[in-house]
Design a protein around this ligand. Sequence first.
Ligand code: VAH
Length: 312
Amino acid sequence: KILIIGACGQIGSELTLALRALYGNEQVIASDIREGNEELMRSGSFEILDATDKNTITSCVRKHKITDVYLMAAMLSATAEKYPDKAWDLNMNSLFHVLDLARDKEIRKVFWPSSIAVFGPSTPKRDTPQQTVMEPSTVYGISKLSGERWCEYYFKNYGVDVRSIRYPGLISWKTSPGGGTTDYAIEIYHKALQQGTYECFLGKDTVLPMMYMEDAIRATISIMQADAQSIRVRSSYNLAAISFDPEEMAETIKEHIPDFTISYAPDFRQKIADTWPQSIDDSSAREDWGWKARYDLKTITADMLSNLQSLV
Ligand code: VAH
């Protein structure tokens, strides 16, 4: 049985639905610090669970006979800069609790999300390699780099089968943005439909690696289904789809909403974005477990606008 911790988050909410569709609703237990939306709550079991509380996680694992845990709870980059100690506590202690359960054979397999935020200002910005200089300067990036090092340590020293992906910025419509620096790429569609204009909190030339949620969910399921010996990277895999700046994104929106306008008012999140790469080399993920992105910016814009249009 599968337990998703952080099932109400941007990735967790869609991952829960995808895993329930794949394995059956009764095989997937969703959990979060608070209840989720109606679709999430209606489709299967749900537990209120604080990801920093090891006792609650342990009793949930034993109650439901959990074998696989997807630990999706985290504080993202923008919010983490405001609450460094809370971000470290949530992002790190939740990981130690789950890795320790795997070390102690209470569970069999772990998925843990990392991020391109593990790269810093000194990292090569184009086609960032799987192995390279990593000096993250954000609280979130520091916690994700430390987490990667611990995942590899638990694999090498205790044989823990933990698998991880460095997600780029993720674009989705099912949940509202959650404190990320890349959330402009979600807000822009809502504002385009509601107001026909968007004031972007990143500058127009800010190129960042991005991915549609459908691609991210497929990658997550794919790495977890791969044979253990094909997973040669036990820190975290680079993953890539597309790279673009807000201006390019606005151009694809104008193809659907001709008089859409964008303006720029960079805020504190510009400093975070400026430390991240512009494009990622994901050849290790392609070679080891057959990864390949499907969505490009035009298809993302078409899909986002049609889904959001049906919501407003
Ligand atoms: C954030 N969406 O903005 C997350 C992600 C690469 C960005 O880690 O913090």
